[in-house]
Design a protein around this ligand. Structure first.
Ligand code: PHE
Length: 490
């Protein structure tokens, strides 16, 4: 059977870049930058990009492209038992997509309620009470919130129709959404930086605080942010690269994806902080008072700031449309990674596989649409990102660096790429990245045992651990048949 192919190189780049650029860029990145010392965070962030992000991206691109397989069979080609790394990556992706799609659902809701900026004067109450109907603790699940559930279903229908024909449908979608989102983004950017008071926001955002560099936590945050953003460790980039011709350039593609993502994130920070500066100045309060994190930033503080602008409805719709679009491209990339593997493993039709994966994704997202949904999201997101994702990164480095041979994969990369990568890459994959990631996990673990994450009850913490351990155990138990290795040599 002929393998799926991207129609052009640009389409592949669009798909990879839009998978990387998502809620991580507009939500997490600006807040982290603020939290960890403003402009000084950029330095660890950029270092993480160069020494770990791009090397791992090269690794995943090379693996998928050379072996022409999705995550499971690509890793199994190195050593049969390594199939579990691939399965684990996919399970992690599945868990992430189940809540990521819910946040996409909130964005869809906000796109519509932007008409007439319906959150009014109290966007906080609007978000937590009117939209989420958030209960007072994770112990009170109560029931499903209808609007969120409906938005979730809508989101999944969109996801289904972008992956149902594999690269064919994905190509059509990204060829449209990439330029589309870019134009919207540029309009929003110009608007934000020309608002009165935006300068104060930007200064606040970029003012370096070099003492932050001495704090281990800043470095940890920078590395995990880069991994999450570049979508490595989920099998996504392996799957996407496996639809390239084996002679396609690798290192240039990795640099383009890495750099584009980082530039986008930094500019997203301009939008966020420019607008917050404007809000602070129009309310005559210091900017510290208006900054917030996570869901609070995109769905509470930002709506408030938007409603103070001239043409508030228009710019609100614009902002949430950007959020929906970038979340959407990331969401279906996770599904595509899973579909790719199942297509290789079964004889089922792609459309049927996609439908089943989407239905399961929708069902497992229901818990996040309950009145306690936000709490569940917070717990699961924390455990998955702090442990599972990082563990897969370490395992991939070991599989490629030590068992397959970093030199061997690098030789392949250099054969097909314009930018030749040096020996440093072998060291990065064999030593540096796995060691840094191990340190990150170790530090995180000690924190975990000192105090329960965000003071959640013990059972919720257990649930977090279960979300890490059970997928791993299942991945480990899935048998792997011998696969043809004829593709290994180029
Ligand atoms: N990179 C995406 C973001 O920053 C999230 C994502 C992770 C998407 C993994 C796909 C795979 O939002």
């Amino acid at each position: 059977m002929q393998r799926d192919r991207w129609p052009t190189r640009l389409t592949f780049l669009f798909a990879a870049v839009t998978s990387a650029i998502g809620l991580g860029a507009v939500w997490r990145f600006p807040y982290l930058t603020y939290k960890y010392g403003g402009g000084a965070f950029l330095l660890p962030y950029l270092i993480a990009l160069v020494v770990a992000g791009i090397p791992l991206l090269i690794l995943e691109f090379a693996l998928g492209q050379k072996l022409q397989k999705g995550a499971v069979d690509a890793l199994a080609s190195i050593k049969r038992k390594f199939s579990f790394i691939g399965w684990w990556a996919l399970f992690i992706g599945f868990i992430v997509i189940s809540y990521y799609s819910v946040v996409m659902g909130w964005s869809i809701i906000y796109f519509f309620t932007s008409i007439g900026t319906q959150w009014g004067d109290d966007p906080k109450a609007y978000f937590f009470n009117n939209i989420l109907h958030l209960s007072d603790s994770i112990n009170n699940i109560e029931g499903i919130t209808d609007v969120v559930f409906i938005a979730l279903v809508a989101g999944w229908i969109g996801v289904y129709f972008s992956v149902w024909k594999g690269t064919k449908s994905v190509s059509k979608v990204v060829n449209f959404t990439t330029p589309f989102a870019l134009v919207l983004f540029l309009i929003m950017l110009v608007r934000a930086v020309t608002l009165k008071g935006s300068m104060e926001g930007l200064i606040y955002y970029l003012k370096p605080n070099f003492s932050a560099l001495l704090d281990a936590e800043v470095w940890i945050a920078a590395f995990s942010q880069i991994f999450f953003q570049l979508s490595v460790g989920f099998g996504v980039m392996i799957a996407y690269a496996s639809f390239n011709d084996r002679k396609e350039d690798i290192s240039k593609n990795a640099v383009v994806v890495g750099v584009a993502t980082v530039i986008f994130s930094i500019l997203a920070g301009f939008i966020i902080f420019g607008t917050l500066g404007f809000m602070a100045s129009s309310q005559n309060v210091p900017i510290e008072e208006v900054v917030a994190s996570g869901p609070g930033l995109a769905f509470v503080v930002f709506p408030k700031a938007l409603s103070l602008m001239p043409f508030a409805s228009f710019f609100s719709m614009l902002f949430f449309l950007i959020l929906v679009t970038i979340a959407y491209d990331s969401a279906f990339s996770l599904v595509e990674a899973i579909d790719t593997v199942i297509v290789e493993k079964t004889k089922m039709k792609r459309e049927a596989i996609a439908l089943i994966v989407c239905i399961f994704g929708l069902l497992s997202g229901i818990i996040f649409t309950t009145n306690a949904g936000l709490y569940f999201l917070d717990v699961i997101d924390h455990f998955i990102n702090s442990y599972s994702l990082v563990a897969v990164g370490i395992l991939e480095c070991i599989a490629v660096g030590w068992v397959f041979g970093a030199e061997k994969l690098r030789a392949y990369v250099n054969k097909v790429s314009d930018i030749k990568i040096g020996r440093w890459w072998d060291y990065a994959i064999k030593y540096f990245v796995p060691i840094v990631l191990t340190i990150i996990v170790a530090i995180q673990l000690t924190k975990e045992f000192k105090a329960p994450y965000e003071n959640y009850p013990q059972w919720a913490i257990w649930l977090g651990w279960i979300s890490v351990v059970v997928p791993f155990a299942i991945a480990f138990l899935i048998p792997q048949k011998n696969i043809q290795k004829k593709n290994i040599e180029l």
